[in-house]
Design a protein around this ligand. Sequence first.
Ligand code: BTN
Length: 317
Amino acid sequence: MLKRQGEHVPGAELARALGISRAALWKRISSLRKRGLAIEAARGRGYRLAGVPDLSPEVLRASVRGALGRRVVFIDTVDSTNEIAMGLAASGAAHGTVVLAGSQKKGKGRLGRRWVSPAGCNIYMSVVLRPEVRPREAGILTLVAAVAAAAALKDVASLDVRIKWPNDLIVSGRKVGGILTEVRSEPDRILHAVVGVGINVNMKAGDFPRDLRDSATSVFMETGRMHSRTELAAAVLNVLDGEFRSFRQKGSGPLLARLRGLSSTLGKEVSVAAGTETFTGVAEDLDDEGCLVLKGPEGTRRICSGDVTHLRETGNA
Ligand code: BTN
């Protein structure tokens, strides 16, 4: 009833509608306030919902349509949401459990990098998945999440996001978000996976450390508008749910077709640092497992994990 944002609703009316006593109503209002909902009380007029925080686990839970996000574990400050989600998954957390944080002290990027995670402005979210894929196919989960995040940013903020293989979400040449997938496997099957999604939502240019100012951006910086983190997180979960189901039912074909259309890597001359080696060539295509097919001076090579640097366009994209 308090969804009638802005209007006062008498306490007696609320208690009656909920079938609880006035004392129980008071307890419920206090608990909602503790969770961040701004509920005002005015003598003789009742209660009024003055505002919903832009990151609300309750609203997120209520906004998801599929299996992802039915359980949301919200922790204000964590070292890394991926770490918490891996721990929950190891103790049996269900497929779709989401860990959401207001800030991270040790946010992790790919390849051991840090992920700058200040409070109050961005999305730091990790999703527990229990995929029926072999360990060698785990890389595809990153691609599923990257395609979902790009589609959600298009829907919610009208942003044209490109994907730099495998996990960078790029707008106008700068990074607006990234995906970090971690898995626990046995030799022939994945026990569980955690897909971590970081999106710079309402961060201002001056909030980035100096070394990232030329390469990073945020939804706010690209659109000039603040966005609800809850709405964006819900869109990511809903699209991810659909992409993940499609991948399970139809395999990687449709996903890779969408990814080809969003890729900023294909058709470029690139260098790829993979382990101790670096390969240079043209990023020709993606294979069925989402690995990069690189055509170099020594022939065609398949690369499933690596750090890509774009060198130049080749004109055959
Ligand atoms: C990258 O682009 O290198 C990946 C960045 C992934 C960041 C997210 S934020 C939520 C989750 N928790 C982490 O510690 N990392 C991921």
